[in-house]
Design a protein around this ligand. Structure first.
Ligand code: AKG
Ligand code: FE2
Length: 333
């Protein structure tokens, strides 16, 4: 675990292997707050209104935030505390706590998971584990910090409910049913320590998520940005909100109606940032293809059809280059 950024970053300048080529550097670190992504109140409106707002945000931005979403705020705070405590453990403890499953349903990595082969590294450590069914996977989760399982069990159960509820709203907006297509449900706890030079590196490079949706707890530290109309816009931290984003498989299934938004994470030099992504992914056999009901003579299928497991192979091959992925899957090139 000697490579984990949190094991060595203190008092060091940025090692060369973290310096991005000029065209990949973050550029302006302060980006405009105007034109920010929509904040949707899940309590304050009738269902039709909520569906409409989610649909419009998913079309225009591929991103929105939700408030009054039903996940208790004390559970969100406690989960964030244990996530931070986990990343504050020694490298040795983190290695022990994430090696309980020989099938690797829980593990820790740094940068992009291709540490050994990548051209440059990213300023991030990540804990990842499966969440559902809970009885199957919880035995492989960390036992340090001592409250990890006790807090993260109920937290993931609540976020899962919220995720399915949002997927149902999206289903209704599209007129198709997505809930039955969900396979893996995964928690990814990202940690970005304070960085000696945020202008030269990134926490996460520009990417689209290869999942249906991500329900993100982003804490109170800025860092997440969305690429829209050739500009980076900030996803402002809002107390007790979740950030939701649409992944590329939903862009395909919706035949381009919804947007699998590109996003990235910038670092900062003052404080550590910890975030937790809860991914709802399609099952391996799900055909990732434009839904029949969304294809007609005036809306031809924009994408080829392939099972999710093969989609993932193409996703990995494109190595976060969304244009290459679009080209690999498009019917028109
Ligand atoms: O840490 C963040 O703000 C975003 C994380 C993210 O994009 C991801 O986990 O895919
Ligand atoms: Fe992401």
């Amino acid at each position: 675990m000697e490579h984990l950024v949190s094991s060595w970053y203190n008092d060091r300048s940025l090692p060369e292997s973290y310096i991005l080529p000029p065209e990949k550097r973050p550029g302006k670190l302060t980006v405009p707050l105007a034109n920010n992504i929509p904040v949707i109140d899940l309590e304050g409106h009738d269902q039709t209104d909520i569906i409409q707002q989610i649909f419009e945000a998913s079309q225009e931005f591929g991103f929105f935030q939700v408030i009054n979403h039903g996940v208790p705020s004390n559970l969100m705070d406690e989960a964030m505390s244990v996530f931070k405590e986990f990343h504050a453990l020694s490298g040795k403890d983190k290695a022990i706590e994430t090696s309980k499953d020989p099938n690797k349903s829980c593990f820790i990595y740094t940068s992009s998971a291709n540490y050994a082969t990548e051209k440059f590294h990213l300023w991030r450590d990540a804990l990842i584990h499966r969440c559902n069914p809970l009885e199957k996977y919880i035995q492989f989760w960390p036992e340090k910090p001592p409250r990890y399982r006790e807090v993260v069990g109920p937290y993931t159960a609540e976020v899962r409910k919220l995720g399915f509820r949002i997927l149902e709203f999206i289903s209704q907006g599209l007129g198709i049913s997505l809930g039955g297509l969900v396979g893996n449900q995964t928690l990814l706890v990202n940690h970005y320590p304070p960085c000696p030079d945020p202008s030269l590196t990134l926490g996460l490079g520009k990417h689209m998520d290869p999942v249906f949706i991500n329900i993100l707890l982003q804490s109170d530290v800025y860092g997440l940005q969305v690429f829209k109309d050739e500009e980076w816009i900030v996803v402002e931290p809002i107390p007790n909100a979740f950030v939701v984003n649409i992944g590329f498989p939903l862009q395909i299934i919706s035949n381009g109606k919804l947007k699998g938004a590109e996003h990235r994470v910038v670092t900062n030099s003052n404080v550590a940032r910890t975030t937790a992504s809860y991914f709802l992914s399609p099952s391996n056999e799900t055909l990732i293809e434009p839904a029949n009901t969304l294809v007609d003579a005036s809306h031809p299928a924009l994408y080829k059809s392939l099972p999710y497991k093969d989609f993932l192979i193409k996703y990995v091959a494109a190595s976060t280059d969304s244009k290459a992925l679009e080209e690999a899957l498009s019917t028109t090139v």
